[in-house]
Ligand binder design. Structure first.
Ligand code: PLP
Length: 433
């Protein structure tokens, strides 16, 4: 992933590989507030202060309470720990809870950035399949029973229930309730990673796992990266006090505290809540438009036998190609056409995901989304034709469209293929020892 991100820095590459928010519409009034906070009153002193409290500044805790309240979730100040991005939150969870060899459960596919944290602490990651309603709770129960029989207690379940990265699917209300019930009955710690919940483009908001549980078995992770600015590197953990206390010590050892300057910026941005809310609305409108362009472009560029998820929010969708293709190989070819995506294997620890890919629609404008997807489609066709020649099979078929290749499709004529979801299944032989 690191190598890939370096390549995608090249200006000629259309990168559908990132997860970058678009901050081009950042309101000037908010920047004025930030500038004022940096020059007036107590702001400059706080911003320049080299070290702040490890748990974060009080005003940032208040901003976190506001953000979590937007998702109908209450949190006490004593449960909060400000972190250096959502990424450090995942790392601190592992640092605090995982001993080498501990079983950690996660969705398959999962957030590619979480995998290095799990493996750095030598977790034994078991990934459970999802469908269009999110994590399959029947498989979770089955796995918990099997682990129980083997005398193994998983340290936690890591889940991104809302607009999952990378799959773009959302856990249904029924499954959320089931999961919380299981967590309480079996004393299973659940880590709910929720960077995207406020980026909903359609459908009704769903309660967080944390709000359904009341904060006993659910550790909630959040970040300002997708709802304000990723460069601030400020996220947070809301955890039961005893766990939060251990994480606070873990954070002292990692970086003493998160940047004071970024925390003063957050304080300034949340002084005017209507302004932040209107910024969020603006961002959501833009991302929704880009999602629609991506759905429509996929429908026109991809061959029959390809499926993808249709996210109701967030930044990503998950594309599954015919099994003959391997997206890691395909990426090398796609980069020669100056387009990038995340190959599916990056989202698994056990080699699955070989014919899937994650594509992002938030950080790229509509024209580049259309052109990027067209280039990927061309590479997919080329590889399938090659495969067909070697295997003596019929060439791949285009989906029903009378549009010439390269012509831009209108956003509203995406065929229903967008509703299809397919995740790689683990064959019994592939089970990790
Ligand atoms: C599920 C998930 N968790 C955590 C992060 C990391 O967030 P941050 O940029 O705040 O470190 C991301 C970033 O894409 C993410 O998708």
């Amino acid at each position: 992933m690191r190598d890939l991100m370096a390549i995608t820095e090249r200006p000629e590459v259309i990168s559908l590989a990132g997860g970058l928010p678009d901050v081009s519409g950042f309101p000037p009034q908010m920047l004025e507030r930030v500038a004022k906070a940096m020059t007036d009153g107590a702001g400059p002193r706080r911003a320049r202060r080299p070290y702040g409290p490890t748990e974060g500044m009080a005003k940032v805790h208040e901003a976190i309470q506001v953000v979590m309240a937007e998702e109908g979730t209450q949190v006490d100040l004593g449960e909060l720990l400000v972190t250096t991005g959502g990424q450090q939150a995942i790392d601190l969870v592992c640092k605090t809870l995982v001993d080498p060899g501990d079983v950690v459960l996660a969705e398959g596919p999962t957030y590619p950035g979480a995998i290095p944290s799990f493996t750095a602490y030598q977790a034994d990651v078991r990934q459970l399949e999802m469908d269009e309603h999110g994590l399959r709770i029947d498989l979770l129960e089955e796995t918990l029973d099997q682990l129980d029989e083997a005398g193994i207690r998983p340290k936690f379940l890591y889940t991104i229930p809302t607009f999952q990265n990378p799959a773009g699917v959302t856990m249904s209300l029924e499954r959320r309730k089931q999961l919380v019930k299981i967590a309480q009955e079996r004393e299973l710690l659940v880590v709910e990673d929720s960077p995207y919940s406020l980026l909903r483009y359609e459908g009704d908001p769903l309660p967080t796992l944390r709000s359904l549980d009341g904060g006993n078995y659910v550790i909630y992770l959040g970040t300002f990266s997708k709802i304000l600015a990723a460069g601030l590197r400020i996220g947070w953990i809301a955890a039961p006090r005893a766990i939060r206390q251990k994480m606070n010590i873990g954070k002292q050892g990692a970086d003493l505290c998160s940047p004071s300057t970024s925390q003063v910026v957050i304080e300034a941005c949340f002084q005017d809540l209507p302004l932040w809310r209107s910024y969020l609305e603006d961002v959501k409108g833009r991302y929704q438009g880009r999602r629609d362009v991506m759905l429509s472009s996929l429908a026109h560029a991809m061959p029959e036998g390809t499926s993808w998820t249709r996210p109701e929010g967030g930044l990503f969708l998950w594309v599954t190609l015919p099994e003959a293709l391997d997206t890691t190989d395909l990426l090398a070819r796609a980069l020669r056409s100056n387009v990038a995506f995340v190959p599916g294997r990056a989202a698994y620890t056990d080699g699955r995901g070989g014919h899937s890919m994650r594509v992002n629609f938030s950080g790229v404008n509509a024209d580049d989304i259309h052109e990027g997807v067209r280039r990927i489609g061309d590479v997919v066709f080329e590889q399938l034709e090659l495969y067909g020649d070697v295997m003596g099979e019929a060439p791949p078929k285009r989906r029903a469209t009378d549009r010439p290749t390269g012509a831009k499709p209108p956003v509203d004529d995406a065929p229903e293929q967008g509703a299809l979801v397919e995740f790689p299944r683990r064959r019994s032989a592939e089970r990790p020892a």
